[in-house]
Design a protein around this ligand. Structure first.
Ligand code: SF4
Length: 296
C-alpha cells in the first residue's frame, strides 16, 4: 500500500482499510495543526490507487469499511470520489461504507445532488473537524469557515442522506470562556445530529502558529482541569439521541466512551470522579499530545 508523508485516521477507524487518495491536507493552515506541515498536498495518481486495491483485494479481502486518507480526502471532486467508490466496491465486494476526513468547505463545494450520489456510493460517517461553535475561535484557528456555514452544511448532509461524525476541541476558547464555549458547542452539535462526537483537548504543538501566538501572549491555554470542566459542561448540554460520544484519544485525561443518551450519566460520573483522582499538579498542567497524566 502507498502511504507517503504522514498518515492519520480517527481512532475509531482502527479496523478500516486505509486507502491513500491524497497526500497531506488541501488546507494545511489551521493554527493548531501540525499533522501535515511537512507534507505537500497532492492527489494520488489513479494507477497508484488501482495498485493498492489489487493488493487490498489479495490481502484484506474481508474489509467492510474503507477510510480514505489523508487530511481532507473529501476535497476530491464528486466524479473522483464516485470513481474511487466504484473501484473499491469492485475490488472489495464486502465493503459496506467508505469514510474520510472532510472539511466544511469540501461539503460546500458539492451540490445537493452530488452529496446524494456519494451517499448512494457508500460514503457514510465522514469525519468533520468542526472544532468550535464560536466564530471568533474558528477565525483564530484559521479553519476557513464560520458557524453559519457549518450549520448549513450539516443540514445539507442530512438531506442528502450522508451521515457524518464531528470533532470538537474543548477548551479551545481559553480559561475565561469555558462555559460559553461548552454551551455553544453543545447547541451546535445538538442541531447537527452527528453519528459520533469525537472530543479532545487543544494541545499546543511546537512549530505551529498556535505555539507562536502562545509565546507572544495572544492565546491563553487551558489546564487539564479546565479542559475536564469544559468536557463535563459540554456533555451535560448534549440532548442527542443515538449518538456515540467518543473521548478515548490518548490526549483525553479521563477516557470515556458511550452511547447518548443511554450512557450520559455514567460518563459524567466517570469524568467527575476522574477529576478527584488526578493529582492537582497534573490537573494544573497543560494538555499534551501523549498520555501523560491520563487515568487508566
Ligand atoms: S483541515 Fe484538518 S488536517 Fe488540515 S490543517 Fe486543519 S486540522 Fe490539520
Amino acid at each position: 500500500m502507498h502511504y507517503d508523508g504522514m498518515t492519520f485516521r480517527p481512532p475509531y477507524e482502527a479496523y478500516s482499510l486505509l486507502l491513500q487518495v491524497t497526500r497531506g491536507c488541501s488546507h494545511n493552515a489551521c493554527t493548531f495543526c501540525s499533522m501535515y506541515r511537512d507534507t505537500s498536498f497532492c492527489v494520488s495518481p489513479v494507477e497508484e490507487i488501482v495498485d493498492d486495491l489489487v493488493e487490498a483485494a489479495r490481502d484484506y479481502a474481508y474489509a467492510r469499511r474503507v477510510f480514505l486518507v489523508n487530511g481532507d480526502a473529501f476535497c476530491l471532486s464528486t466524479d473522483e470520489l464516485a470513481t474511487i467508490a466504484d473501484m473499491i466496491h469492485e475490488s472489495l465486494p464486502r465493503v459496506e461504507s467508505i469514510g474520510c476526513y472532510a472539511r466544511i468547505p469540501n461539503v460546500t463545494a458539492k451540490s445537493d445532488e452530488e452529496l446524494a450520489l456519494l451517499a448512494t456510493k457508500g460514503y457514510a460517517d465522514i469525519n468533520i473537524g468542526v472544532e468550535s461553535a464560536l466564530d471568533d475561535v474558528l477565525a483564530f484557528m484559521n479553519k476557513g469557515y464560520d458557524v453559519a456555514l457549518a450549520r448549513e452544511q450539516f443540514a445539507r448532509l442530512h438531506k442528502a442522506g450522508l451521515p457524518f461524525n464531528v470533532n470538537i476541541i474543548n477548551a479551545a476558547a481559553g480559561p475565561a470562556r469555558i462555559a460559553e464555549h461548552a454551551a455553544a458547542n453543545a447547541a451546535l452539535v445538538n442541531e447537527a445530529r452527528p453519528t459520533l462526537i469525537f472530543v479532545s483537548p487543544l494541545h499546543v504543538d511546537p512549530g505551529t502558529p498556535l505555539a507562536s501566538l502562545l509565546e507572544a501572549g495572544r492565546f491563553e491555554e487551558c489546564t487539564l482541569g479546565q479542559y475536564l470542566e469544559e468536557e463535563i459542561a459540554f456533555l451535560e448540554g448534549l440532548t442527542l439521541e443515538d449518538c456515540v460520544f467518543f473521548g478515548l484519544h490518548v490526549s483525553n485525561p479521563v477516557p470515556v466512551h458511550g452511547l447518548l443518551p443511554r450512557d450520559k450519566d455514567a460518563m459524567l460520573a466517570r469524568l467527575r470522579e476522574g477529576m478527584t483522582r488526578i493529582p492537582r499538579e497534573v490537573l494544573d498542567s497543560h494538555p499534551a499530545k501523549g498520555s501523560e497524566g491520563r487515568l487508566r
